[in-house]
Design a protein around this ligand. Structure first.
Ligand SMILES: Cc1cc2nc3c(=O)[nH]c(=O)nc-3n(C[C@H](O)[C@H](O)[C@H](O)COP(=O)(O)OP(=O)(O)OC[C@H]3O[C@@H](n4cnc5c(N)ncnc54)[C@H](O)[C@@H]3O)c2cc1C
Length: 379
C-alpha cells in the first residue's frame, strides 16, 4: 500500500479522536487515524469512568477542564450527536486536616470558574441527605459537574472528522516508525507502509515500544485503574446523587445507570501482575465497597454487578507529555494523561491541532513539553 497524508495519528483513543476532529475542523482533510483495535480502541478510553469536573488542584488541568467543559455541556451544537453528558453535580470531599488547603485551591479555581464553591458538611447534607458526614471536613462542590460516555465521545469525534475527509484505518497496527537521521520517513504497519508530513504518537503507554526505534524513551509508567459496579435496592431512589471523589475513603463514585453505581477500586496487586486481565479481585472490590457503604449507608445491601480493569500512562510530575518533539520536528507527542485525560480531551485536541496546523508552538503546552524532563535540576 502506498499512501501519503498530511498528518498520521497513531491511536484512536479519546486523544487521537479529539485531535483528528480539530485538525479536520481547521481544514486539514488529508489525515489518517490508525487504530490497532476497533475504535475507540484497546486502551483507557473505552474503560474510563468519564467524570467531568473543573476542580483540580493543579492549575494547568483546571484551565484545560474549563476549556473543555463547554464542549461537553453543549456537545450537540458544538460537535454534533451525543457524548452522553449528564449533569449530576460534582463533589470533592476531604477531611479537616486538608480543609484549609482545599479552600485555598478552590479560590484559585474561582479565577477560571465561579461555579466552584466550598461547603460545610451541614450545607452539603441539605441536598445530599444520603451521605454519612463522618470524617468530612469540607466539600468542594460544582453544580455543573457530572460525567459523559467516553466511548461515545471518541466515536462522535471520529465520525465527524471522517465526514470532513479523515481516513480511519481500523485494525491497523503501527509496527515501526521509520526515520533517517532526525526526519521521520514513514510508518510500517500490518497493511504496508504509510508516509506523512507529520506524525502524532497518541497511543498511551504503547508509545515507548514505537519510539524505541528512534532511540527515544518517554519518562512514563503504566498504572492500573480499577472500577467496580454495584446495584442497589430498587425501592430507594438516589437519582440526585452527586458524582464524587472522596479523599477520606480513597475512592470515587458516580451513578452509572438506573440503580447502578460505578466506584473506584484500589488494587492490592501491582499493575504488572494484572496486565493481561480486565476484571478485579473480589477481595479488592469488597474493601472498596465497605468504605463506600460507610459514606453511603443505603448501599449496604447493594449487589456486585461486575468490574473493569484498565490502565493509563503516568508521569513523575502528573502532567502529560504533549507537543512537538524537541529532536524530530515532524513528530508530535500526545501521551501520559495520568488517569485524567478524558475530561480535558477537547481542549488538548484543539491546542495540539493548532500547533500542528500553524507549525507554531502553543503557549498552553509549555508545561507539558518533553523538554521539561531534560532540564538539569540544581543540586
Ligand atoms: C478505569 C479508568 C477510569 C478513568 N476515569 C477517568 C475519569 O473519570 N475522568 C477522566 O478525565 N479520565 C479518566 N481516566 C483517564 C482517561 O480515560 C485516559 O487519560 C484517556 O482515556 C487516555 O486516552 P488516550 O487516547 O491517551 O489513550 P487510549 O485510550 O489508551 O488510546 C490509545 C490507543 O492507541 C492504540 N494503539 C496502541 N498502540 C498502537 C499501535 N502501535 N498502532 C495503532 N494503534 C495503537 C490502542 O489500541 C488505543 O486504542 C480513566 C482511565 C481508566 C483506565
Amino acid at each position: 500500500m502506498k499512501m501519503h497524508f498530511d498528518v498520521v495519528i497513531i491511536g484512536a483513543g479519546i486523544m487521537g479522536a479529539s485531535l483528528s476532529y480539530y485538525l479536520t475542523k481547521l481544514g486539514l482533510k488529508n489525515i489518517a487515524l490508525c487504530e490497532q483495535g476497533i475504535p475507540p480502541g484497546n486502551g483507557a478510553t473505552h474503560k474510563s469512568g468519564g467524570f467531568i469536573r473543573i476542580f483540580h488542584e493543579n492549575e494547568w488541568y483546571t484551565k484545560r477542564a474549563v476549556e473543555s467543559y463547554d464542549t461537553y455541556a453543549d456537545w450537540g451544537n458544538k460537535i454534533g450527536g451525543s457524548c452522553g453528558f449528564k449533569k449530576t453535580g460534582f463533589s470533592f470531599i476531604t477531611d479537616s486536616t486538608r480543609s484549609d488547603q482545599l479552600r485555598a485551591n478552590a479560590k484559585k479555581v474561582n479565577r477560571y470558574c465561579s461555579q466552584v464553591s466550598v461547603l460545610s458538611p451541614d450545607e452539603f447534607q441539605q441536598f445530599q441527605p444520603d451521605f454519612s458526614l463522618e470524617g468530612i471536613g469540607a466539600i468542594v462542590y460544582e453544580p455543573n459537574g457530572g460525567y459523559a460516555d467516553p466511548a461515545k465521545t471518541a466515536l462522535t469525534f471520529i465520525k465527524q472528522s471522517e465526514k470532513k475527509g479523515m481516513k480511519l484505518l481500523e485494525g491497523v497496527k503501527v509496527e515501526r516508525i521509520l526515520h533517517h537521521r532526525k526526519k521521520i520517513t514513514g510508518i510500517q504497519t500490518n497493511i504496508g507502509s504509510i508516509r506523512a508530513d507529520k506524525y502524532v504518537v497518541a497511543n498511551n503507554i504503547w508509545a515507548n515500544f514505537l519510539l524505541e526505534e528512534l532511540g527515544l524513551r518517554l519518562p512514563m509508567f503504566k498504572k492500573s485503574i480499577g472500577l467496580g459496579f454495584i446495584e442497589w435496592d430498587k425501592e430507594k431512589s438516589v437519582s440526585h446523587l452527586t458524582s464524587c471523589i472522596d479523599e477520606t475513603i480513597g475512592t470515587y463514585f458516580r451513578i452509572f445507570s438506573n440503580y447502578r453505581l460505578l466506584f473506584g477500586v484500589q488494587m492490592s496487586h501491582s499493575g504488572a501482575l494484572l496486565q493481561d486481565r480486565s476484571y478485579l479481585d473480589y477481595g479488592d472490590m469488597q474493601i472498596a465497597k465497605e468504605k463506600l457503604v460507610g459514606r453511603l449507608p443505603l448501599l449496604h445491601k447493594a449487589e456486585y454487578l461486575g468490574s473493569r480493569l484498565s490502565f493509563d500512562s503516568y508521569t513523575s510530575d502528573g502532567l502529560p507529555i504533549i507537543g512537538v518533539h524537541p529532536e524530530f520536528d515532524d513528530l508530535y507527542l500526545m501521551v501520559g494523561f495520568n488517569g485524567s485525560g478524558f475530561k480535558i480531551a477537547p481542549s488538548i485536541g484543539l491546542i495540539l491541532a493548532r500547533e500542528i496546523f500553524h507549525n507554531e508552538r502553543m503557549a498552553e503546552l509549555n508545561n507539558t513539553r518533553m523538554e521539561r524532563f531534560n532540564k538539569q535540576s540544581p543540586i
